[in-house]
Design a binder for this molecule. Structure first.
Ligand code: SAH
Ligand code: SF4
Ligand code: F3S
Length: 437
């Protein structure tokens, strides 16, 4: 053993899975995980920069380590992920936190072992940030989300939505070869994982540049593996969400009838300024196709309020679209200008008080829809894939196919099992029930 590691992860599932890869590498180097940061010999921050507050969280937490570092000279502090990948950010991090030992970008994750060895060999600080990036194979992640397993199918993004930093920090879109994805997924099912979630910034454009590859056919192949498991994927860009894909979801019971389809705004003017490349009408047509083939499919979304130039009228269009689609839940965000993106340069940035009022109204609407839909579950039976145990409340939890959280008591430990529960109570997106024997 080489000591203890502690990883702090911010941001999306992509980062959560990257942290599993980091944990795998640290394990191979002889480090062991610790939940107590004070015990750690190496601390890794896997950062996010999608909104300003994500960066502020990281700044705050890295700042708090100054004391620990001066008390423990051999402690190694590494900062990686999306934040340092922004132009000039590594310098800022270096100046702000001179006690950080290693700074690495999203494209340098695979080199972390070497960077740590370099640091341990006596170098003061190690910085590695490169552009671009290849598709790497042969990662050996230490998976932490059993019974779910994350599987990257592609990296990067080519969409350049005008508000978004992701294409700048994750590079151009590149897909893994289908045979490598299929081998990984097959191995996971054999190892007993009960849910596979395919990851990409825009999974619907999977396979560009690979002969014969497409997202619907990839999904179809994985869904035809033997064994009982669920298949999910994220995220779908509405412009590439096709009828072929819907048909594959409808035809395969293993693919969950729950789709995350970020709309961002209900106003055509704003959608255009966001460079989303669909109108609200086109988006609604996609929802219609989805409901035609899979009437019970739940839809979740991402919404941004306060994009530059958003008027009360535009915001009303968003509210109306939310009502029309009837999302089962939604992630709502206040627009945050990101340096280097087109939207950050736009006139008419919206004052904070207006954005705050809008987000409150939107959250209230989304929550009321969620509550209304959840209430209909009371008295019904749901199949929950048990994911974990809440010690404080002495209750097990998991999700149904449609993405709702279900809570129930159990004498035995059913984590990783499919459990039928009869719903007795609904609260927001959460359902409470009794296990059926
Ligand atoms: N690739 C995915 C999601 C990427 S980021 C997609 O295209 O849907 C997740 C969400 O963060 C986005 O859907 C968007 O709603 C939000 N987001 C991205 N940039 C943002 C910004 N600058 N300000 C506020 N929210 C943002
Ligand atoms: Fe960002 Fe748009 Fe790419 Fe999603 S599709 S990661 S929102 S640029
Ligand atoms: Fe994800 Fe944040 Fe990077 S949302 S891709 S970790 S900027």
């Amino acid at each position: 053993m080489n000591g203890y590691y502690h990883i702090i992860t911010y941001g999306c599932q992509m980062n959560v899975h990257d942290s599993e890869k980091i944990a795998g590498m640290l394990g191979e180097m002889g480090y062991i995980n610790t939940d107590k940061i004070d015990n750690a010999d190496i601390i890794v921050f896997n950062t996010c920069c999608i909104r300003e507050n994500a960066e502020n969280h990281a700044y705050g937490n890295i700042g708090m380590l100054k004391k620990l570092k001066s008390a423990k000279k051999d402690l190694i502090i590494a900062v990686g992920g999306c934040m340092p990948q922004q132009i000039g950010k590594a310098d800022i991090l270096h100046k702000k936190f001179p006690y950080v030992d290693i700074i690495f970008g999203t494209h340098n994750l695979g080199n972390l072992k070497e960077l740590i060895l370099e640091k341990r060999s006596g170098k003061k600080s190690v910085v590695e940030i490169t552009d671009g990036g290849e598709v790497t194979e042969g990662d050996n992640p230490l998976r932490t989300s059993y019974p779910n397993a994350w599987v990257n199918i592609m990296y990067g993004c080519d969409n350049f939505c005008s508000y978004c930093i992701v294409p700048y920090v994750r590079g151009r879109e590149r897909s893994r070869l289908p045979e490598n994805i299929l081998a990984e997924a097959q191995g996971l099912v054999k190892d007993g994982y009960k849910e596979i979630t395919l990851l990409g910034q825009n999974v619907n454009s999977y396979g560009k540049g690979i002969d014969g590859a497409s997202f619907p056919s990839l999904l179809n192949s994985i869904a035809s593996f033997d064994g009982k498991f669920r298949l999910r994927f994220m995220t779908s860009h509405p412009k590439d969400f096709s009828e072929d894909l819907v048909k594959v979801i409808a035809a395969n019971p293993k693919i969950c009838n729950n789709v995350h389809l970020p709309v961002q705004s209900g106003s055509d003017r704003i959608l255009k300024a966001m460079n989303r490349r669909y109108t609200s009408k086109q988006y609604l047509e996609k929802i219609e196709i989805l409901k035609k083939y899979i009437p019970d499919c739940t839809v979740t979304t991402d919404l941004i309020v306060g994009f530059p130039g958003e008027t009360d009228e535009d915001f009303k269009d968003t509210l109306n679209l939310v009502k029309e689609v009837g999302y089962s839940s939604a992630f709502t965000f206040v627009y945050s200008p990101r340096q280097g993106t087109r939207a950050a340069q736009m006139d008419n940035q919206i004052p904070e008080d207006i954005s705050k009022a809008r987000i409150m109204e939107l959250v209230e609407l989304v929550n009321s829809q969620t509550r209304e839909q959840s209430a209909k579950y009371v008295g019904k039976t749901c199949e929950i894939l048990c994911e974990g145990y809440d010690e404080k409340k002495d209750i097990f939890l998991g999700r149904d196919e449609y993405g709702r959280m279900g809570y129930f008591k159990s004498e035995e430990n059913p984590v990783g099992e499919f459990v039928n529960i009869k719903i007795t109570e609904a609260n927001g997106v959460s359902l409470y029930g009794e296990k059926i024997r």
